[in-house]
Design a protein around this ligand. Structure first.
Ligand code: 3PG
Length: 324
């Protein structure tokens, strides 16, 4: 028999908040570690297409092993499962949309990694804090949603802050900037369609992400081979090992493992919260990444540059308030 008293309700609400709090803290911590190792690897081994592929391969392997040894319950691959991955009800377009989410994830992932191979981690994440602006523009112009004026106004500090940070960035690089912008756009599509797909509920956040990861791996591998290829990878690997020593492989392993873990926890959170709360959590995550990467990599920052980042992040909070 369940306890339906008001105090039981308060208790379960508190328990839920604690659970989300733990998810968020874990997500941010895992993401900081991923970003540090990812940049350490890219600094000596500038092959973002390969490192992005390895992250997905590692995640896929971790999930296959978890399912095999039953650390995680494997998804029931039936019609319901595919329905949950697919947000729109046109059976003939079923698989097309599953792949669309995976394509968006792949593009967003590789674009962010290419960006980080060209510019400071902090710069990529400052530009990525502009994601809510992309979310509003996509929802407005492609999905036809409308928002109160306060939401549109909150985009001004987000866009203005990102622009100020970009214009005053000491090591500005166009590929780095565009990579972060493309990643923003791709992840907006990924998040909108993922959340719609997860409403089906027959698949957990963890397994949803696992399937996404495997599909992305299939999509990305041929492109990674075409853009970079085994010859470049092998030559670069030798150089990186001669420079860093055998611990280089551990850096690659760490970036791949932590990439999967942080994404898995973020999808476990997305399962429990709205896309809005998710994007606020994601922006707060960026603050910890920006600050820790500036400290660890001794990234030079000018006050005006930091001001741009602060305005953009403040804009995101105003956005969340206006949207709530
Ligand atoms: C990636 O490689 O996918 C990006 O670093 C992740 O970006 P995110 O911080 O938006 O998850």
């Amino acid at each position: 028999e369940t306890d339906k008293s008001p105090s039981a309700g308060v208790k379960s609400e508190t328990a839920q908040r604690v659970k989300i709090g733990i998810y968020f803290a874990t997500w941010w911590a895992l993401n900081v570690v991923f970003n540090i190792y990812n940049k350490k690897v890219l600094n000596v081994y500038p092959f973002p297409w390969l490192t992005s592929t390895l992250s997905l391969a590692c995640g896929s392997l971790m999930m296959l092993v978890s399912w095999a040894v039953r650390i995680a319950e494997p998804p029931k691959i039936d019609l319901e499962f595919w329905k949950a991955l697919f947000p729109v009800r046109f059976p003939s377009l079923f698989f097309f949309f599953v792949w669309l989410v995976a394509v968006a994830h792949t593009i967003g992932h590789v674009a962010a990694t290419v960006s980080m191979s060209k510019v400071a981690v902090s710069f990529t994440h400052i530009i990525k804090s502009g994601e809510p602006a992309f979310s509003v523009l996509v929802s407005r112009f492609l999905l036809g949603d409308t928002f109160p004026p306060a939401v549109y106004l909150s985009l001004l500090p987000i866009i203005g802050g990102c622009a100020l940070a970009a214009l005053t960035e000491l090591n500005f690089n166009m590929t780095g900037f565009m990579g972060a912008m493309i990643s923003n756009l791709a992840f907006v599509f990924r998040n909108i369609f993922s959340k719609k797909g997860m409403k089906g509920k027959s698949v957990s956040g963890m397994n949803y992400y696992a399937c996404l990861c495997m599909l992305s791996l299939v999509i990305l591998t041929p492109f990674a081979i075409a853009v970079e290829g085994p010859h470049m990878w092998a030559a670069g690997w030798k150089e990186a090992v001669s420079l860093i020593g055998s611990q280089f492989i551990w850096w690659v392993a760490a970036q791949s493992i932590f990439y999967h873990l942080y994404n898995q926890v973020s999808y476990m959170s997305l399962d429990e919260i709205s896309p809005l709360t998710f994007s606020v959590g994601n922006t707060m995550k960026r603050i910890s990444v920006i600050v820790s990467s500036i400290i660890i990599f001794h990234t030079p920052v000018q006050p005006i540059n930091a001001l741009g980042a602060a305005i953009a992040i403040l804009g995101t909070f105003l956005y969340s308030q206006a949207k709530a």
